[in-house]
Write a new protein. Structure first.
Length: 285
C-alpha cells in the first residue's frame, strides 16, 4: 500500500489540477461584480440522506485557494446526515469562497455517495468476519478521493495502483504461460529488483486454487466469479495458509452469502463506479 505521504501528494495534485481546470486565468464572474475587499460566509447544506465525506478535503481546498479563509466544521467525515443538516461554515473573502465552491461540492457529493454505499455494504457484512475492499475501477485522476471515501464509509482499500502490489490476474497468467510459471517469474523479478511487494493470484476454478497453493509466499488468492459452493470449497482448500478474496459481480443481494462462505475479503468495483451523488449545496449566509 502507498504511504500517507504518497497519498497526500495525490490529494495535492488533485487540488492543483482541479483548480487550474476550473479557474484558468480567472473567475471572471466574481471579478466582474464582487469587490476584492468583500467578505462573506457560506454553509454546506445537506439535501439528501447518507454518510458525509469530503469535509477534510474541503478544508484543504479552501486553504489552497486562500489561507485567509476560516472553516468551522459542524459535522466531521463519517457522520450520518439527512436533509437540512449543516456540515460546515466557511468565512472570508467572497471571491475566494466562490472560487473553491465547485471543487468542494463536486468532490463532496461523489465522496459522500461512495461512503454511503460502502457503509451499506459494511452493514450487510456485520457478524461474518469478511471485509469489503474497493478496486482500481475508479474515476481517472481522482482515485485518491474515491479510495479515501471508501475508508470513511468503513471499507478498506485494495492496492492503490499497479505499483504497490503484485496482482496476477487471468491475462497475466495466460500471457506468462500458466500459474506456476507466472508466480515463479514474479518471485524472481522481486528478488532481482529488491522489491518487497505482496502477491495476489487470481483463480478461475478449484484446480487453479490447488495449483496456486503449491507455490510458497502467496499473500492472497482471488476467487473470481466462483459460485457459493465452490467458494466454500476453495476456502476449505486454502485452510488459512493465505488470505482469500471473492470478486466478480457481487452485489448487495449476494454480498452476505459470499461472506458466509468464509472468505476474508470481498472486493467490489461498484463502490466507486456505480454511485449517485449525494445532493449538497453551498449557500451564502
Amino acid at each position: 500500500m502507498i504511504s500517507a505521504e504518497q497519498f497526500q501528494k495525490e490529494i495535492d495534485r488533485i487540488i492543483d489540477t482541479s483548480l487550474r481546470e476550473d479557474i484558468g486565468d480567472g473567475d471572471h464572474s466574481s471579478l466582474a461584480c464582487i469587490p476584492a475587499s468583500a467578505q462573506g460566509a457560506a454553509q454546506l447544506l445537506i439535501k439528501d440522506t447518507g454518510i458525509l465525506a469530503g469535509v477534510a478535503f474541503a478544508q484543504q481546498v479552501f486553504a489552497q485557494v486562500d489561507p485567509g479563509l476560516e472553516m468551522e466544521v459542524v459535522l466531521p467525515d463519517g457522520t450520518p446526515v439527512s436533509h437540512g443538516d449543516v456540515a460546515f461554515r466557511v468565512m472570508g473573502a467572497s471571491r475566494s469562497i466562490l472560487q473553491a465552491e465547485r471543487l468542494v461540492l463536486n468532490a463532496m457529493q461523489r465522496m459522500s455517495a461512495i461512503a454511503t454505499k460502502t457503509a451499506r455494504y459494511v452493514k450487510l457484512l456485520e457478524g461474518t468476519g469478511a471485509r469489503i475492499l474497493d478496486t482500481r475501477k475508479t474515476t481517472p485522476g481522482i482515485r485518491a478521493l474515491e479510495k479515501w471515501a471508501v475508508r470513511i464509509g468503513g471499507g478498506e482499500n485494495h492496492r492503490f495502483a499497479l505499483y504497490d502490489m503484485i496482482m496476477l490476474k487471468d491475462n497475466h497468467i495466460d500471457f506468462a504461460g500458466g500459474i506456476t510459471g507466472a508466480i515463479r517469474k514474479t518471485r524472481d523479478y522481486l528478488q532481482q529488483t529488491g522489491r518487497d511487494l505482496k502477491i495476489i493470484v487470481e483463480a478461475r476454478n478449484l484446480d487453479e486454487v490447488r495449483e496456486i497453493l503449491q507455490s510458497p509466499g502467496i499473500h492472497r488468492i482471488l476467487l473470481d466469479n466462483f459460485n457459493y459452493q465452490d467458494t466454500r470449497e476453495a476456502v476449505a482448500l486454502i485452510g488459512g495458509r493465505c488470505q482469500s478474496e471473492s470478486s466478480g459481480g457481487i452485489n448487495e443481494k449476494t454480498l452476505r452469502a459470499y461472506a458466509e462462505c468464509g472468505v476474508d475479503y470481498i472486493s467490489s468495483g461498484a463502490l466507486t463506479h456505480s454511485v449517485h451523488n449525494l445532493d449538497l449545496s453551498l449557500k451564502a449566509l
